[in-house]
Design a protein around this ligand. Structure first.
Ligand SMILES: C[S@@+](CC[C@H](N)C(=O)[O-])C[C@H]1O[C@@H](n2cnc3c(N)ncnc32)[C@H](O)[C@@H]1O
Length: 216
């Protein structure tokens, strides 16, 4: 598929690439316990949300994070799952429809994180994992901050530098952002409420941290 209308050539490459490899990506992250680690994270760190909250999963891929949100949230919310790769969005839609967790609350969009099809202040929470590594950090965070309502939150799972992430960078063609840059750009729009290191025995902890920040 071509993404000329929604993305520059560089961004479009990520969308087309994931159209080809989404099955491999999905399998890798199913096998490594990513979903289970997210469940444990959410159990220990309840999200600052109330009934009816509007949530965006920016760069949703095959829906792992969306599914974890549906498992953890025990009240009605509305989730929008967006990705540049149409095949990934379709896989996310299928995975949610096959899950038991309130499939009716999720809508889907093929789109670019750098040019989101939403008006300012549209969401109470934006979650994003593994997508900002495909774009200039400042531009990505500016756009996410734009669509988050005042006092709303960003949950960002940035890739941290490690031998394991170097391996993933080669497999999945991304580049991590240095942690001090992630912090510096995040603090331009947000107050960081929590920066969590996953336990070393969880595979997710080899490559990611979780940063919860509130829009100021
Ligand atoms: C490493 S995967 C992460 C998927 C999912 N968030 C997860 O945690 O499993 C990265 C995803 O970001 C998407 N992506 C990359 N650049 C994007 C952009 N500019 N806009 C929207 N999605 C993008 C890719 O298509 C891919 O599905």
């Amino acid at each position: 598929m071509e993404y000329a209308l929604t993305a520059t050539k560089t961004e479009a490459r990520a969308g087309s690439y994931y159209d080809k490899i989404w099955r491999l990506y999905d399998l890798t992250f199913k096998l490594n316990g990513y979903g289970r680690s997210l469940d444990q994270y959410f159990a220990a760190h309840p999200l600052p949300l109330s009934r009816g909250a509007r949530i965006l999963d920016a760069g949703c891929g095959t829906g792992t994070l969306t599914l974890a949100l549906l498992r953890t949230l025990r009240f009605p919310v509305s989730i929008t799952a967006l990705d540049l790769s149409a095949s990934s969005v379709e896989a996310a839609r299928k995975a949610v429809s096959q899950s038991r967790d309130r499939r009716r609350d999720v809508s889907y969009a093929q789109g670019n994180v750098l040019s989101l099809p939403f008006v300012d202040n549209s969401f109470d929470l934006v979650v994003t994992s593994g997508a900002l590594e495909y774009m200039p950090l400042e531009d990505g965070l500016n756009e996410l901050a734009r669509v988050i309502a005042p006092e709303g939150h960003l949950l960002h799972l940035p890739v941290r530098p490690s031998p394991a992430s170097l391996f993933l960078e080669i497999c999945f063609r991304f580049k991590h952002h240095p942690p001090h840059e992630v912090m510096r750009h995040t603090e331009r729009h947000f107050k960081v409420a929590d920066h969590y290191r996953f336990p070393p025995l969880q595979v997710i902890g080899w490559t990611k941290t979780a940063m919860l920040a509130q829009k100021v």
